[in-house]
Design a protein around this ligand. Sequence first.
Ligand SMILES: C[S@@+](CC[C@H](N)C(=O)[O-])C[C@H]1O[C@@H](n2cnc3c(N)ncnc32)[C@H](O)[C@@H]1O
Length: 268
Amino acid sequence: MIPSVDQSERYGQRVFSPEDDTEGERLAALAATFDPASRGHLTAFGAGPGWHCLDVGSGAGTMARWLADRVGPTGSVTAVDRDARHLRAHHDPRLTVHETDLTAFDAGAGRFDLVHSRMVLMHVREHEAMLRRMVGWLKPGGLMVMSDSAELGGASSTHPAYRATLTGLSRLLDVTIGTDTNHGRRYPGLLAECGLTGVTLAVDLPVVTADSPMARFWELTIRQTAPRLIELGLVEPGAVDEALRYLRDPGTHELSLVLCTASGRRPA
Ligand SMILES: C[S@@+](CC[C@H](N)C(=O)[O-])C[C@H]1O[C@@H](n2cnc3c(N)ncnc32)[C@H](O)[C@@H]1O
């Protein structure tokens, strides 16, 4: 039985608070894990010179800065995040940065060739309404590329402490900020329901080894959330410590999250 929690809590208020000293490094580890895949997908879609792009929930800002390189002086990149300190920390005059909650943001109708977002809407309770609004920010013919996770490995790991800790973490995010860690699987259907055409889906599965950025991401994520995991009785303290040791073990080869990347075009 989980104690009752505040159903209005949002990402960054308590869970993944910007006040936590390690949040910047945690976001950088996530970006290092998934940027190669995201860059590959966007390159294949033809993102390039002259494109006007919106990156929603930019986090460390690595994808927004990479897009700014690609679109060049005739294009533009707008980045939005409720906590833009990591975007500002790597000041880039080519980016227009908005620090605001996504649900209160209006990018303007029909403005962008590309709307991109990775690992963000899975944490937003109003994700379906938000997705519809984001589709409206695309130009006719514009491309939407949305990535979120699906779980693969936490619940099926043969390592009991790792399994218990990642399973407890998913439950914690669900009951506190309303995260759906399987949200990525829903995107093809959701994009089609929003009227986008030519919908595609790609999946990327990083292996978790001791020296991988994915292991560092999990270590920092578990350390940040451990007090609440334990407070809510979702994981035993001993299991958390053992999972952290396992993540640092050179013999570890694990799975955790799949990045599901779906795309679709607004009809011209
Ligand atoms: C898991 S991080 C992903 C960061 C980045 N997109 C990446 O994949 O590397 C989620 C990001 O979304 C932002 N975020 C979450 N909910 C938000 C909201 N309601 N409005 C604006 N930003 C939000 C967080 O501040 C954080 O930077």
